[in-house]
Write a protein that binds this ligand. Structure first.
Ligand code: ATP
Length: 305
């Protein structure tokens, strides 16, 4: 990662809760105008890392640099330049959407106009609706609007799409992509590998308070090699059933994976084998390795077990 134009950098950040080392020596830097993601399973230390950077918690030790300046404490002046989407919005259910944004606007000297933010998060037609009448996705867009009311340069999004349906998730992704196009720097946490892959310039994969891998999604998955993976469902077959199978196959539960550098030849052989054996290649997919595979290769576990 590029340390030169970093808008945010942390070195050897540490935070324990009693015996639990929630953040155990984390370092990374985030170039301006990029999307940086902390990806990891529950309890990996993502939220604690973010809360330290947002000034919600103090680190036990470590260095933080923000906006090019070494920071001992995250001061109100720094907070004025950041936007924070917390895991729980927690807005008063009896306030109207427009009133929530006006309330947040009142915390800042030079807030953006409420109408502009309403448009940015596509809630113009809900301006007069009570918070309690919003869907989960609309509530989350309102929370994002509140985080953007001060026109922040640096935006922290803690699990912005957890619990949302696919359409609502895509709406949030579109807003994040727009923010990046507008030159904002975004730090997000997620345990959805698709989200990390879709949005991030750089990803830090975290586990047990440590960074276990970092790089662009493409660089991280390239570590698993250039092979293409062909997967299909298998019933409970013993090893004998694979007699005459063209190539080497890995079986994980009910999924078989064939990794190949020559996709056409492999598919050809696979289809011939399937016809000869009368073996249905159910749910066959052809894909490149993804960040979930990287996590599995590094830890032996899945991101969402
Ligand atoms: P999640 O995806 O569930 O939010 P996370 O990666 O954000 O997980 P953290 O919330 O930072 O992880 O938690 C890291 C570890 O620290 C976990 O073991 C958690 O139980 C512990 N922890 C977090 N907050 C506290 C706290 N206030 N007091 C004690 N332990 C805590």
């Amino acid at each position: 990662m590029n340390d030169r134009q970093a808008l945010l950098a942390v070195r050897d950040l540490r935070k324990s809760y009693g015996a639990v080392r929630a953040v155990d020596g984390v370092s990374f830097s985030v170039p301006a105008g990029t999307v940086f993601t902390l990806l990891g399973p529950n309890g990996a230390g993502k939220t604690t890392t973010l809360e330290i950077l947002e000034g919600v918690r103090d680190a036990d030790s470590g260095e933080i640099e923000m906006f090019g300046v070494r920071v001992r404490r995250v001061t109100p002046a720094l907070k004025g330049r950041m936007g924070v989407l917390l895991q729980e919005g927690g807005f008063d259910p009896y306030l109207k959407v427009r009133e929530v944004l006006a309330l947040f606007a009142s915390f800042f000297d030079r807030p953006r106009p409420v109408a502009e933010v309403l448009a940015e998060v596509s809630l113009e037609d809900k301006a007069g609706a009570l918070v309690r009448h919003l869907s989960g996705g609309q509530k989350q867009r309102l929370a994002l609007g509140a985080a953007l009311i001060n026109d922040p340069d640096l935006v922290f999004l803690d699990e912005p799409t957890t619990g949302l349906d696919p359409q609502a998730r895509r709406n949030i992704w579109a807003i994040v992509e727009r923010l990046k196009r507008d030159g904002k720097t975004i730090v997000l946490t997620t345990h959805y590998m698709e989200e990390a892959e879709a949005l991030s310039d750089d990803v830090c994969i975290m586990d047990h308070g440590r960074v276990i891998a970092h790089g662009s999604p493409r660089d991280l998955t390239a570590q698993l090699g250039q092979d293409t993976w062909v997967e299909f469902d298998v019933p409970d077959l013993g090893p004998a059933a694979w007699g005459g199978f063209p190539g080497s196959v890995q079986q994980d539960g009910t999924t078989a994976t064939v990794k190949t550098a020559d996709l056409v030849a492999t598919l050809d052989a696979l289809l011939r084998w399937s016809r000869e054996k009368g073996f249905p290649l159910r749910n066959m997919t052809v894909r490149q390795p993804n960040l979930e595979d990287v996590f599995l290769a590094l830890t032996g576990r899945r991101l969402r077990e």
